[in-house]
Design a protein around this ligand. Structure first.
Ligand SMILES: [Mg+2]
Length: 235
């Protein structure tokens, strides 16, 4: 006889690239940044520098659009050996500001899934990492806020973070379900705690969220091709 899977007491959704598209906006802005800085290097070089600056500063600034904006400015300074002018930096900042107010459109199936889980009486949470102000604004702009009993915005999604959330909400790992697009942030740490993780792939993936295949060996998680399949999995 198999032990029945306990009914979830908390179902958490990642936000960016799970509930709504995010990475395409960053990629689009990066393309424009590369074009603005084209006199100072080829696209691959500028892209690499931009990512290196972001990664180097992540422990200071965390994730999100404002860190990305600072990285654009620092990259421009580096690429020009400090010669970049205010006139050249202003369009970079203007591009970055677009990342803070683009319209948030739910991905296909999101409203259907949230509506059905709400009908079933499941307690739902948004669990996202990044800048507090920016992420709160995205939840508000999405119009999805009323579906969620809880919104948690954290600086990093690792095992310690998930453990803290479970403890705070008095939920055992086997009663927790995390749904998200990032193997690194939404799946691996959750599976390692013995909770259920559902991977909903989304393309493109930010390079920082990529996971080498060997890290996934033996990790137990569920993968759905479309978000609406979680309704069947969680029945
Ligand atoms: Mg995500």
């Amino acid at each position: 006889m198999t032990t029945p899977t306990p009914r979830p007491r908390l179902i958490a959704f990642d936000a960016d690239d799970t509930l709504w598209p995010n990475q395409p906006h960053f990629d689009h802005v990066e393309t424009q940044v590369v074009a603005l800085l084209a006199a100072h290097g080829n696209a691959a070089h500028i892209g690499r520098e931009l990512y290196n600056v972001q990664r180097r500063n992540m422990h200071l600034f965390g994730y999100g659009a404002k860190s990305f904006m600072l990285a654009m400015v620092e990259t421009a300074i580096q690429l020009t050996n400090g010669a970049v002018t205010g006139r050249e930096l202003q369009p970079l900042l203007d591009l970055g500001k677009r990342l803070l107010d683009f319209p948030i459109e739910p991905l296909p199936g999101v409203v259907e899934v949230l509506t059905e889980l709400t009908r079933r009486g499941e307690p739902l949470m948004v669990l996202t990492k990044g800048d507090l102000f920016d992420q709160e604004s995205k939840v508000a702009r999405s119009g999805l806020g009323d579906f969620f009993a809880h919104v948690e915005i954290v600086s990093e999604k690792n095992e310690a973070t998930y453990q803290r959330i479970l403890t705070r909400y008095g939920v055992h790992p086997e009663e927790f379900v995390m749904i998200g697009n990032s193997l690194k942030s939404d799946i691996l740490p959750v599976a390692r705690l013995g909770a259920r993780a559902i991977h909903v792939p989304y393309h493109p993936v930010w390079i920082h969220e990529e996971v080498p295949a060997e890290q996934l060996a033996g990790v137990a998680y569920h993968r759905v091709e479309v978000l609406t399949d979680v309704l069947v999995y969680l029945k």
